[in-house]
Design a protein around this ligand. Structure first.
Ligand code: HEC
Length: 234
């Protein structure tokens, strides 16, 4: 009998642990972090009418759905690992956004079903529209390059990289590692103390960022140039 109680207690406890879905620390500091870096498919030149999986869709999903305790490789809630193309495609019907589970969970107004779950914010309309468009365009595992290293101001280059690839985890009171990258001051702080480039370049002693994949070299160069030019609020 007491054995049974123990088993029940263990089951209850583990479900409590799994229910919490916060931005916890998934990798020990200095482990290199970032998980397995899967090489992206061949890069084409960006076309303005196409939404690319690697450039737009994957960063939105990693940043908003694949944090520790949710759909990352370790927790994979409901059997879903949303850190790569194959995992995400389990919720996608190519060419049919409105028939895709991914779209229904990010657009529903039902607070019990919506993803990311409250208190996390819903995806923005721009992010939802990009995901729908990508699905309707065939949901390919595509990738493009358009980044221009001669553009490296905070407002044009740095801020948008943060918005697309970092802010899902690094914003507000519950920001990962207490690093808020939604403001100029927040980015400047980690730029000046070396943590920004340490993590972006996967240097020893830093946790590699963003989690799951490196930024394209061109974006890392834009951020480096912005730092070298004096981390201005320009
Ligand atoms: C999926 C969530 C997630 C995304 C996306 C993400 N981060 Fe992080 N970040 C974390 C977590 C969690 C930690 C704390 C890791 C630790 O301490 O083990 C962290 C830590 C950091 C650190 C401190 C690293 C160190 O070793 O001192 C920096 C700097 C950072 N992130 C910057 C970024 C930048 C810049 C981006 C976007 C290019 C980004 N992060 C994207 C979750 C994320």
């Amino acid at each position: 009998m007491s054995k049974l109680i123990k088993v029940v207690a263990v089951l209850l406890l583990s479900s409590v642990i799994y229910v919490s879905c916060k931005h916890e620390i998934p990798f020990p500091i200095g482990s290199g972090g970032g998980g397995t870096v899967i090489p992206p498919p061949a890069t084409v030149t960006c076309s303005a009418d196409t939404v690319y999986f690697q450039n737009t869709v994957l960063p939105i999903i990693i940043s908003n759905c694949a944090m520790a305790g949710c759909h990352d490789a370790i927790t994979h809630k409901e059997g879903l690992t949303l850190t790569n193309y194959n995992g995400i495609m389990k919720m996608v019907k190519p060419g049919n956004a409105s028939g895709s589970k991914l779209v229904s969970v990010i657009t529903t107004n039902n607070s019990g079903d919506v993803m990311p779950p409250p208190p996390m914010a819903k995806l923005s309309t721009t992010q939802i529209d990009a995901i729908k468009k990508w699905i309707n365009q065939g949901a390919k595992n595509n990738n493009c390059a358009s980044c221009d290293t001669s553009s490296f101001t905070y407002s044009v280059a740095v801020k948008s990289i943060m918005a697309n690839k970092c802010n899902g985890c690094h914003s507000g009171a519950s920001a990962s590692a207490a690093i808020d990258l939604t403001t100029y001051n927040g980015v400047k702080t980690v730029a000046l103390n070396g943590r920004l480039m340490g993590s972006l370049q996967f240097k020893v002693g830093f946790v590699g960022m963003p989690q799951g994949a490196r930024l394209p070299d061109c974006e890392i160069k834009q951020i480096q140039k912005w730092i070298d030019a004096g981390t201005l609020n320009n």
